[in-house]
Design a protein around this ligand. Structure first.
Ligand SMILES: [Zn+2]
Length: 184
């Protein structure tokens, strides 16, 4: 196989013994590596891995129920615009929308009470079109990393609040399970 080659779904890319399947590649029952999407097959000879870069990112689209990680790009009282960068552990690049009614099972007056630009959230996709709509209503979903909106310092989790160790400010978020910075 040449170093980069245009492929269609199902096209043979080699056998399992030669290389490991990476993004956009699957192994069939006979042990052949095959393209999952339309795109360019790239062989990494050093790491013995083969991947297919999708020609159209929609080919690797997300489905309702997919768990994603995203960064809050911008927001208003009603919606937050997200960049989804990880889906089920795989790097992706999609736009996402979080509506204020999808933040909590309880009434949320404004998005600013629960989220801020720059926050990292764990969310769940609820549609199958771009831009993806997500929810953080489910138990465990929500903000997993955040910075102080006043000074930019890291916000540490202290009980059900987040506290800035730089300026001492206390902020509220919809905090998800697995929040990265925890005061002990
Ligand atoms: Zn601060």
């Amino acid at each position: 196989m040449s170093n980069a080659k245009a492929v269609v779904p199902g096209e043979e890319l080699g056998v399992e013994e030669e290389a490991l399947p990476a993004q956009g590649v699957y192994v069939d029952k006979k042990g052949f590596l095959r393209a999952l999407v339309v795109g360019t097959a790239v062989m990494d000879k050093l790491k013995k891995k083969v991947m297919v870069r999708p020609a159209n990112k929609r080919e690797l689209g997300l489905r309702p129920g997919t768990l994603v990680e995203a960064i809050v790009v911008s927001m208003s009282d009603d919606i937050a615009v997200l960049n989804i960068y990880n889906a089920n552990g795989v790097p992706v690049d999609f736009s996402g929308i979080l509506h204020v009614t999808q933040v909590s099972t309880e009434y949320v007056k404004t998005m600013w009470d629960v989220l801020r630009p720059g926050d990292i959230v764990r969310a769940k996709v609820i549609n199958s079109a771009i831009p993806y709509q997500v929810t953080i209503k489910d138990p465990g979903l929500g903000v997993i990393a955040a910075k102080c909106s006043v000074c930019g310092g890291i916000l540490y989790k202290a009980g059900d609040k987040l506290q800035c160790t730089s300026c001492g400010g206390v902020e509220s978020r919809r905090i998800g399970v697995g929040y990265v910075y925890v005061l002990r």
